[in-house]
Design a protein around this ligand. Structure first.
Ligand SMILES: Cc1ncc(COP(=O)(O)O)c(C=O)c1O
Length: 391
């Protein structure tokens, strides 16, 4: 018996891929020269597998703010905010996030996973009930596991199923926590948030929306699906990440309940980890400002979405149900998905390969993510490379 016996399946999977000479999970982007261009295996590639929705990773103002913070405040904070103290930038960013969402409280975490996992696991505890969409992200699942609460999964994007389960809870529904996402990260589909918000209101439950992939992408000022669906007054907690539209790293939770502040003292994922480096905080603050005024970036992004989704649909690919910056092609067989992924790379296109059990459908996905930084020519190249797979 070895402690590593439980990894036999993983080892077999890795061996299978290395025998085929295809290593999708070890891809190294050796150089990156813009939000859309990099070098993999010594060859230039067009990047269509990032979550750089607004293309802000190379924004000169974000870079300058980060550089200045590095010079003036050093490389890191070396400790947790509760134990070692907050920097002024942490408070400023929280203040700006609270203002942006017109929220009573905002807490910044060291990454998006910790924000979601930490808040879910602390808000709900033994005796509470969490209802989650079956396709929720691993960080949400992890939070439910750690919470000790009763966990009820409802069918993906199915308000009827959610309602059945809320009804069955009786009085307990009134303090249950419902957790959904804005845009789901695998198929790029949107939650039916207006219907879910109506159920939340009817049953008096709490509603949390993870806007990781919808922040900056949806809503007039980028506040996500909650804003786009016009249900901000029904949403109790918004969690999100700085690692996608804002082009840096970090996570946050905002709430219209001032009691969110109390979670600072109870959330282990906040208390027992080092806070974000000043350079990250300062570049994120600039990105947040750019994002709020980023109508043109959002328009550009959604033009790119239409420009790619339509020809792929017309070519007969099975895509996620909604056009969104995440465009995923479902591929029935694993062998074909692997070969296609490799062919795309050889033809200069980098996309993500997602294999079960990480996929919601049980099939395999070639997952593209679009950026406002992609030019029309680049989007057409992505479409041509993907459609070329069918020839
Ligand atoms: C829905 C969702 N929540 C949370 C996270 C975690 O964010 P981060 O990668 O910034 O830790 C992700 C990341 O992919 C995500 O898709």
């Amino acid at each position: 018996m070895s402690i590593f016996d439980k990894f036999r399946d993983v080892a077999a999977g890795v061996n299978e891929l290395s025998e085929l000479g295809i290593m999708p999970f070890g891809a190294v982007i050796e150089e990156v020269s813009s939000p859309t261009e990099g070098v993999v295996d010594g060859h230039p590639v067009l990047l269509a597998g990032t979550n750089n929705y607004l293309g802000l990773t190379f924004d000169p103002d974000c870079i300058q703010a980060g550089q200045r913070a590095l010079l003036e405040q050093g490389t890191g904070t070396t400790g947790s905010r509760l134990a070692n103290g907050s920097y002024a930038g942490h408070l400023a960013l929280e203040h700006e996030l609270a203002e942006f969402y017109a929220a009573a409280s905002a807490i910044v975490f060291s990454n998006g996973f910790l924000a979601t996992m930490g808040v879910v696991s602390t808000l709900a505890g033994p005796g509470d009930t969490i209802l989650i969409d079956a396709d929720c992200h691993a960080s949400i699942y992890e939070g439910t596991r750690v919470s000790g609460a009763e966990v009820i999964r409802f069918r993906h994007n199915n308000p009827d199923d959610l309602e059945r389960r809320l009804r069955r809870l009786g009085d307990r529904a009134a303090h249950a926590l419902i957790v959904v996402e804005g845009i789901y990260s695998m198929l790029g589909d949107l939650a039916p948030l207006a219907e879910i918000a109506a159920l939340k209101r009817r049953y008096g439950a709490y509603l949390m929306v993870d806007e990781a992939h919808s922040l900056g992408v949806l809503g007039a000022t980028g506040r996500g699906l909650t804003q786009a669906a016009g249900v901000e007054d029904a949403v109790d907690f918004i969690v999100g990440t700085f690692s996608k539209s804002l082009g840096s790293v970090g996570g946050f939770c905002t709430s219209r309940h001032a009691e969110l502040e109390l979670l600072r003292y109870k959330t282990r994922a906040y208390v027992f980890t080092a806070s974000l480096a000043p350079s990250v905080i300062e570049s994120t603050r600039v990105a947040l400002r750019i994002m709020q005024d980023g109508h043109q970036l959002r328009d550009r992004l959604w033009n790119n979405v239409k420009r790619l989704y339509k020809p792929l649909e017309a070519a007969g690919f099975k895509l996620g149900p909604h056009p969104s910056p995440v465009i995923a092609i479902e591929v029935e067989s694993k062998e074909r998905a692997l070969i296609w992924w490799q062919q795309l790379l050889q033809r200069g296109l980098y996309v993500n390969l997602v294999l079960p059990p990480a996929t919601p459908t049980g099939g395999c996905l070639l997952r593209c993510s679009l950026s406002a930084a992609h030019t029309d020519v680049e989007v057409d190249r992505i479409a041509a490379a993907l459609i070329g797979l069918l020839e």
